[in-house]
Design a protein around this ligand. Structure first.
Ligand code: GLN
Length: 533
């Protein structure tokens, strides 16, 4: 028997393999059973990938035996100071595992994928009736990389249909509940991934973020989650929503785990021509991870070596900000200052256009991307509709919110309106990008709230789209400017600690293109400050 904490990290599971007899198949079964029990109340899992998980876990079991045999009685060979070869005995009880994790950094880690990421021969629905039986003909690069790194995929999680929404209430397959308060939404559109990780059903999950869909659920569910620089993670095999904004990223319990998973996901991919060569980022992240993992005092080291100029954009602290969230963020700012970081007030006046620009660009691209679901080439054919007409299938297959986006996007890109709406939005988007570039001439990184409020009740905003759109007002900027942004929880709370006001919230860091390394180093500081409170 072995014990797993309520919200395990990658290194906790790795220690289990190293220090106990637990095999990946046992750990996989443990997580499946735990999830079956916990998810009755949360409803974050759309489907378990049990057969695949059994196979992947078995491959990991075999690797343990292989590596233990291979490194059983070996010693390493080194040159001593006189250049004579000498044999250095090594600790055989750990070397096999060090090698295993070097080759497979996510060895034996049970994880989840949002149900808009393709895995060959597995159903993928985008939480839409339109695709309820669709079996993916090929795998996404994201899944391929996680598989190659030794991960074990155990489940597919709920989302707002096609990833449109901020509460997961738009799913065609029911609501997902916030693990910290079942009456509240988990955020969206990656509400399923966030609820799964926050309730310990998987060690991490991968979500997608077109306009905040990774960061908002992370803030509502107490998780670390990054929307990387556009082009760091391949979109190949991910259901497209708004192609110039979409980016996938990990949701994890800690900054270390997040950094490791992003490092694995990053890289140029021939399947997605917008990916960039992010080898440097991967190397920097690898170094950061190694240093951090080797020395727990790294946080201390870091704060004495890397002094950052942190910009505080006034536009992100408007009247609508919950006073309790503001207080927590002010508190972090003061502490970061004490640590030696420089705090600078900055302005991003174009932020006020973010919502309008986002909903123009996003809906135009979404209307185009959703055109393919017609019940003919893609999508469910509803049997009782004798007439297989495009409009009939789209009427039945799409929920209200995707229909709203298709109508808005078709309108904003139709002849006569194209210039007034889409073209204008594209121009303002570029101005917003430049505004960020200018601000990053005077500061290294920006710090702001992720959401203006805590997780809200079911039904509170779903009938009022504008209210729902506004709940994401602070996250659109990073997608429009294609720059990275991360949520770090401001209170790592225990899942059992359900007091009246124990809802999580987060702080957002926004950095220039490819600034992930700096972003993670500051995230370590914040994590440390929050945890040692
Ligand atoms: N809430 C935003 C929307 O509804 C973000 C969606 C997303 O990031 N996928 O469009």
């Amino acid at each position: 028997m072995f014990a797993v904490s309520k919200r395990p990290t990658i290194s906790e599971i790795h220690n289990l393999y190293l220090l106990s007899d637990a095999m990946p198949s046992d750990v996989m079964t443990f997580f499946l059973n735990r999830s079956l029990k916990i998810d009755i109340e949360i409803n974050s899992v759309l489907r378990y990938t049990k057969d695949l998980a059994i196979k992947e876990a078995k491959d990991c079991d075999d690797l343990i035996i292989e590596y233990k045999n291979r490194y059983k009685a070996k010693s390493t060979v080194e040159l001593d100071s006189s250049n004579l070869v000498r044999s250095v005995p090594i600790n055989p009880s750990t070397i096999w595992f060090d090698k295993l994790v070097e080759d497979y950094p996510l060895f034996g880690i049970p994880y989840d994928l949002k149900d808009n990421i393709l895995v060959e021969n597995e159903i993928v629905t985008g939480a839409s009736q339109m695709m309820r039986d669709f079996v993916a003909p090929y795998s996404s690069t994201v899944y391929t990389k996680l598989k190659e790194a030794g991960g074990i995929l155990i489940s597919r999680s709920n989302l707002d249909e096609w990833a449109v929404g901020a509460s997961t209430e738009n799913s065609a397959f029911g609501f997902t509940h916030n693990p910290f308060d079942f009456d509240k939404v988990p955020g969206g559109s990656s509400g399923g991934p966030a609820a799964i990780v926050a309730s310990g059903q998987a060690v991490f999950s991968i979500g997608t973020d077109t306009g905040g869909s990774i960061r908002v659920p992370a803030a509502f569910c107490d998780l670390v989650a990054i929307k990387p620089t556009y082009g760091i993670v391949s979109r190949y095999g991910i259901m497209p929503l708004s192609s110039s904004l979409d980016q996938a990223g990990p949701l994890t319990n800690t900054v270390e785990d997040n950094l490791l998973v992003l490092k694995i996901l990053s890289g140029k991919d021939s399947g997605d021509q917008t990916t960039k060569d992010s080898k440097n980022i991967a190397i920097l992240l690898g170094e950061l991870y190694n240093i951090y993992n080797k020395s727990k005092s790294y946080r201390k080291l870091l704060t004495t070596t890397k002094k950052l100029k942190i910009g505080i954009p006034s536009e992100y602290f408007s009247d609508g900000l919950d006073p309790e969230i503001k207080e927590k963020i002010d508190d972090i700012i003061i502490k970061l200052k004490v640590f030696g970081h420089e705090i600078i007030d900055v302005n991003l006046p174009l932020t006020k256009y973010g919502l309008a620009v986002y909903y123009t660009v996003m809906t135009v691209e979404a209307a185009t991307n959703l055109q393919r679901y017609d019940g003919l080439r893609y999508g469910t054919q509803f049997e009782h509709l004798e007439n297989i007409l495009y409009f009939a299938h789209r009427e039945k297959g799409f929920g209200d919110e995707p229909k709203r986006r298709i109508m808005l996007g078709t309108f904003a890109s139709s002849s006569g309106y194209y210039d007034a709406y889409y073209n204008t939005a594209t121009k303002i988007r570029e101005m917003m990008r430049r505004e960020f570039v200018k601000v990053f001439e005077i500061c290294d990184i920006l710090l702001a709230p992720t959401t203006p409020e805590f997780a809200f009740n079911f039904g509170e905003k779903i009938k009022d789209p504008i209210k729902m759109y506004l709940s994401d007002a602070l996250v659109y900027g990073a997608n429009l400017a294609r720059i990275p942004a991360i949520n770090i929880p401001l209170k790592f709370i225990d899942i059992d600690e359900k007091t009246i006001r124990s809802l999580p919230t987060g702080v957002q860091l926004i950095g220039p293109e490819f600034s992930e390394e700096i972003m993670y180093s500051l995230s370590f500081d914040i994590q440390q400050l929050v945890m040692t409170k």
